[in-house]
Design a protein around this ligand. Structure first.
Ligand code: APR
Length: 231
């Protein structure tokens, strides 16, 4: 039975108006990672970190899923084998585009997390410093997003999926952040075919059997059409 494992990055949500990180003028050109996406940054200035994620949460809530998100949902629905979507994105556009069981390895803007008792709950649209945890009352609640230096979520499940993949696709990711950037090597180990769909070649592009360049809203729907057309 064919099993397709798909890794997505910020590029799949770019045409929905959400900024990527490393493109011209991207999020890391506007903010220092160490200030807004590390535990040390949060400890140093939690208000700045909340402001950063509040702005992204409000923007993500207004964004609409695009044809690439919809195409992956269609693939999940109509493909005769299993289709697993692993995303580095913290937006919910895969879900609003109809995808199911999406694995958010970097967490989600929709979630809040209590470092004191590990309780998780649905984040309010805007979090504030000193937000009390609904379970234990500790005033150190944070966005349930994985920061640099922290272990991404669901890694065991992801490696199990990669071990069974017959096709691995990386869509809209620059291939610069680990462990996601090494998933293609895991897939090659298990004998999967590998394809990259990106606006431009990623850092890891040479590891892929096939590279399809262009905007995701064009390349992903036609890639899905090919996968679903009778061979
Ligand atoms: N269609 C397809 N690809 C696109 C599009 C588009 N319309 N627009 C941009 N891209 C590509 C860019 O060419 C780039 O290779 O998407 C990629 C985005 O790369 P990054 O900005 O580095 O985003 P990503 O790879 O998701 O970053 C990974 O880094 O900062 C951390 O946690 C953050 O999850 C993020 C991780």
């Amino acid at each position: 039975m064919e099993k397709i494992v798909i890794l997505t990055g910020a590029g799949i949500s770019a045409e929905s108006g959400l900024g990527t990180f490393r493109d011209e003028g991207g999020l890391w050109a506007q903010h220092r990672i160490e200030d807004v996406a590390t535990p040390e940054g949060f400890a140093r200035d939690p208000a700045l970190v909340h402001r950063f994620y509040n702005a992204r949460r409000v923007q993500a809530a207004k964004a609409k899923s695009n044809a690439a998100h919809a195409a992956l949902a269609r693939l999940q629905m109509d493909f005769p084998g299993e289709v697993v979507i692993v995303t580095q994105n913290v937006d919910s556009l895969h879900e609003s585009g109809g995808a199911e069981h999406v694995i958010h390895m970097h967490g989600t803007l929709a979630g809040a997390f209590c470092p004191a008792c590990s309780h998780r709950w649905a984040s309010p649209p805007e979090m504030a410093v000193g937000e009390p945890c609904p379970a234990c009352g500790a005033a150190t609640a944070r966005p349930d997003v994985v920061w640099f230096g922290e272990m991404p979520y669901h890694m065991d499940a992801i490696y199990d999926h990669l071990a069974e993949a017959t096709l691995f696709a990386a869509i809209g990711t620059s291939g610069q952040v680990y462990p996601a950037a090494a998933f293609v090597h895991e897939a090659l180990q298990s004998g999967a075919r590998t394809v990259e769909l990106n606006l431009e070649p990623s850092t890891g592009t040479s590891s892929f059997d096939e590279v399809i360049l262009g905007p995701a809203t064009e390349t992903v729907p036609s890639w899905v059409d090919d996968l679903l057309s009778p061979r």
